[in-house]
Design a protein around this ligand. Structure first.
Ligand code: URA
Length: 222
């Protein structure tokens, strides 16, 4: 995918400003003709290191869940709601008195989400997927506004999505005229720390597989 002007040097939000030396914003990954686009939340440390979305444990977790219902991540387009890692820093004083700073992930701020909307939309328009699968509430809210994931997970929605305005107005989101097919899933990482969601998530994955068959998107099957 040809990256848009200004993408690699983007500092439109606080997470871009805090990018480490030598690291770039992380674009989506996959074939440009993909029929299904998966949208996660934000890159973590591993993604910032490798320059690719859903790497390390998060990637294995996602790939495994998809494979369990016969879906192939490599045949989909995978992207995040935001392009840089949102993190907080914590200082720890070690026994010998030295101070160690550790970074831990946090959800992207509303400002980061709106600032990054232009980049997500750039790739969304080019890939033009038939089905968008949102992972967790961050991409769901970014696309369709205030909507509780607990009410819509595992169902096919056909709705307008929020898109950024032009130029100075590019952090304001407006509803599209076009309607998109959106299938909301819980975030795969949430299943690890909320075991009570596991069964629901597995049922939702089966429904996703059925939806993909009904929409005849056979290119993403394993
Ligand atoms: N890694 C990603 O790239 N996105 C997520 O949402 C979580 C982990």
């Amino acid at each position: 995918m040809l990256l848009p002007d200004g993408f690699l040097t983007c500092v439109r939000c606080e997470d871009g400003l805090k990018r480490e030396e030598g690291q770039n914003p992380i674009p989506g990954e996959g074939i440009t003709e993909a029929e299904v686009m998966l949208i996660g939340e934000s890159p973590g440390a591993e993604e910032m290191k490798t320059g690719r979305p859903f790497q390390g444990k998060a990637g294995e977790n996602l790939n495994g869940f998809l494979a369990s219902v016969g879906l192939d991540r490599n045949k989909m387009y995978v992207i995040n709601t935001t392009r840089c890692r949102p993190y907080k820093e914590k200082e720890r004083v070690l026994k010998d008195g030295t101070v160690r700073v550790t970074k831990s992930n946090k959800p992207p701020s509303p400002h980061a989400i709106k600032s990054c909307a232009v980049w997500l939309d750039y790739e969304l328009k080019i890939v033009n997927p038939t089905l968008i699968v949102t992972l967790g509430s961050t991409p769901l809210k970014r696309l369709i506004g205030e909507q509780s994931i607990s009410e819509v997970h595992g169902t096919l929605l056909t709705l307008p999505i929020q898109e950024p305005g032009e130029g100075e107005d590019s952090r304001t989101l407006y509803f599209s005229e076009k309607k998109y097919h959106i299938f909301p899933l819980y975030h795969p990482a949430a299943i690890i720390y909320r075991q009570e969601l596991k069964q629901t998530f597995e049922q939702d994955l089966k429904k996703l597989r059925e939806t993909i068959e009904q929409l005849n998107l056979r290119s993403v099957l394993l």
